[in-house]
Design a protein around this ligand. Structure first.
Ligand code: FES
Length: 251
């Protein structure tokens, strides 16, 4: 149809869209940019990462805090798991390809480079295919973070509830929702099947797939909420550890 070639955007930013499509990318630039700067600073800072029973999620699991064999910040030893998982996430890929690479800047909006697009078939973007492996790693991290969150309720004088306990609990809950809403996990559970009743454990797989599908529909929401929660949980531990704020005990 002649209409299809007439509608095809050509040239950077050209589009037939009438809406303010560029508004969508501004918060992504602001939030992801800010988070990246803050997380980089905290990962290299190497201090103020624990207070009482609280441990910052950026430093969990805590490895060689006494610097017996690792001279730099302990966060750098564990960064690869969460960083790799988020960087290769299908949702974040869409968000940062649009917001930072402008490639394309929006759906049905013209991109700058023509003819050079190779998608994720060559280095470095071919590494995005590691996402499923980062998912397995992320599930291992969840165990450590749940352990940290539970420890956050046990103070020197026994069980208690501080603001930090609830902050860490909220954070790991959101991280769990983010991880279990992953597209790769849904695919593993049943997304790749054409027929549940024709496969082993078809019933339980179908049930699991339905639950994961429900979470998956909200993946974007969990991606942002868990990004905020992990940053705020670290910030909370940092300010309490640095003595800027006092942890308030509720119980
Ligand atoms: Fe986003 Fe897997 S697709 S975490």
């Amino acid at each position: 149809m002649a209409r299809s070639s007439a509608n095809r955007a050509s040239g950077f930013g050209s589009t037939l869209r009438q809406d303010a499509w560029w508004v969508e990318i501004l918060p992504v630039v602001a939030v992801l940019g800010l988070f990246t700067v803050y997380a980089t600073f905290r990962a290299f800072e190497g201090r103020f990462y624990e207070w009482g029973p609280y441990l910052s999620p950026f430093y969990s699991p805590l490895i060689d805090p006494e610097h017996h064999w690792w001279r730099l910040s302990p966060a750098l030893l564990v960064l690869i798991g969460p960083l790799g998982f988020r960087a290769t996430c299908y949702y974040y890929r869409k968000a940062y390809y649009r917001a930072f690479f402008l490639d394309p800047p929006g759906c049905a909006v013209g991109e700058g480079r023509k003819g050079a697009y190779r998608g994720e078939t060559s280095f470095p973007f071919i590494l995005q295919n590691l996402h499923r492996w980062f998912l397995y790693l992320a599930i291992v991290y969840l165990f450590f973070l749940w352990r940290d969150a539970i420890r956050g309720f046990f103070f020197q004088n026994g069980f208690g509830v501080g603001v930090g306990s609830l902050v860490l609990l909220a954070n790991i809950s959101l991280l769990t929702l983010y991880t279990f809403s992953c597209h790769s996990l849904r695919h593993l559970a049943g997304g790749k099947l054409d027929c549940f009743s024709c496969t082993a454990f078809g019933g339980p797989r179908h049930t699991t797939w339905r639950w994961l599908s429900w979470l998956n529909e909200r993946h974007m929401l969990f991606a942002w909420m868990s990004l905020f929660s992990v940053g705020l949980a670290d910030l909370y531990v940092r300010v309490v550890s640095a003595g800027v704020l006092r942890d308030f005990r509720l119980l």
